[in-house]
Design a protein around this ligand. Structure first.
Ligand SMILES: [Zn+2]
Length: 383
């Protein structure tokens, strides 16, 4: 298997150049579709049936492919996103470039490289005849970088029909995968009071900004109660219009993160309780928001799957590890459904969402080999 993967390294690099050099910002639907068409063409050539869904009001292109019949459980779901954070025109400014060790360009790490690891793993499995015994479902969405609002239900529907999920976000330097991610969301607090002249008759006012100040401190104190399982931070505060008027309106935005699924309910209960605990007479408080991304929390099934990766990596002489991270990915949605999920199947790289984003080209062959040999074991264990 390794010799075949080695022989395809130049193909991988030219594929990477082709994909990186397509601008596919989350708002560039034509660019996302061009990425999808590149992949559809290749997946069809190895016997996958493919479909390009246009999801949500914006019609976000999302690619679905499978090598088994529709409506049947798949052994592994390959999950990834085709959009990047970089605006249209970025490719012209700094197109794909590579030296012996590294490649750069918009989205090279997050996650054009990962999409191609997925594709090349499938092509290697096809070449080795493994795809006859293993069913794979591919889901590549086009709105991950803007929160997956249009594709979340689509991802969840497919994950429910999957025995395990591999997410092709970047692998971290040191060949570290991601087994755990925080979940998160946001809340907005709106305080409404009464305005009054601040000098002449301030007693006739009900100061909405003071109420938001009290709530901000209450939220900060919640962090101590949460014991590290959840965090809530007021990140934006607005209120008031003129320096001599008691403000009748003020609002605060809150960033929320949760480590475990069991941390979600206490966070929601805390925020729902706030309107009943106002501090300034005459001010009413409304709260909106939710924990919109569940945490990715490794369960027994994920740890078993990880053990399989460790075993195959050790045979290759490859040292791998795993980490927990605060950032969310679409893997959070799959994991929350109880499907064993491992993230970080993409190329080793760093500086995602920055202009100095890169991938380590030395990771191409081992990453494809590792994932393909794990897939091969899964196929063999089915027999
Ligand atoms: Zn990503």
């Amino acid at each position: 298997m390794k010799a075949y993967i080695d022989s395809r390294i130049d193909d991988f690099l030219s594929d990477l150049e082709a994909l990186v050099n397509i601008d596919s910002s989350s708002d560039n639907l034509a660019g996302i579709e061009a990425v999808a068409q590149f992949l559809i063409h290749r997946l069809a050539a190895i016997g996958f049936s493919t479909r390009l869904d246009k999801l949500g009001r914006r019609g976000v292109p999302c690619l679905e492919a499978r090598n088994g019949p529709e409506g049947e459980m798949v052994d592994v779901m390959f999950l990834g996103h085709m959009d990047t954070v970089f605006p249209t025109g970025e490719v012209e400014k700094r197109p794909f470039a590579a030296d012996r060790d590294r490649a750069t360009g918009p989205g090279v790490c997050d996650m054009k490289g990962g999409l191609l690891v997925a594709l090349h793993v499938l092509e290697v499995l096809y070449h080795d005849g493994v795809l006859d015994q293993l069913s794979i479902g591919v889901c590549f969405n086009g709105d991950e970088e803007v929160g997956s609002g249009s594709s979340r239900a689509w991802i969840e529907a497919h994950a429910r029909y999957s025995r395990r999920v591999f997410v092709f976000e970047p692998c971290r330097p040191g060949h570290r995968f991601v087994l755990q991610r925080k979940g998160g969301g946001g809340y907005t607090l709106n305080a409404r009071g009464t305005s009054a002249h601040a000098g002449v008759e301030p007693e006739k006012g009900a100061n909405a900004a003071v109420e938001i100040a009290h709530q901000t401190i209450a939220i900060q104190q919640f962090n101590d109660q949460a014991g590290g399982g959840a965090s809530a931070h007021v990140t934006v505060i607005r209120g008031g219009e003129k320096t001599n008027i008691i403000p009748d309106e003020a609002r605060a935005s809150v960033d929320v993160r949760v480590v475990r699924n069991s941390d979600v309910a206490p966070v929601e209960a805390f925020f729902q309780s706030l309107p009943a605990h106002t501090h300034v007479p005459g001010v009413t408080l409304t709260v909106s928001g939710a924990v919109s991304r569940p945490p990715m929390e490794p369960d027994e099934g994920t740890l078993q799957l990880w053990h399989l990766f460790e075993t195959r990596a050790a045979e290759m002489g490859l040292v791998i590890d795993h980490i927990a991270t605060g950032g969310c990915s679409d893997g959070n949605f799959a994991s929350a459904l109880g499907v064993p999920t491992i993230d970080g199947m993409g190329l080793v790289g760093g500086n995602a969402h920055r202009h100095d984003e890169y991938v380590e080209l030395g990771s191409v062959v081992p990453q494809i080999q590792l994932i393909a040999s794990v897939c091969k074991t899964i196929a063999q264990e089915k027999k």
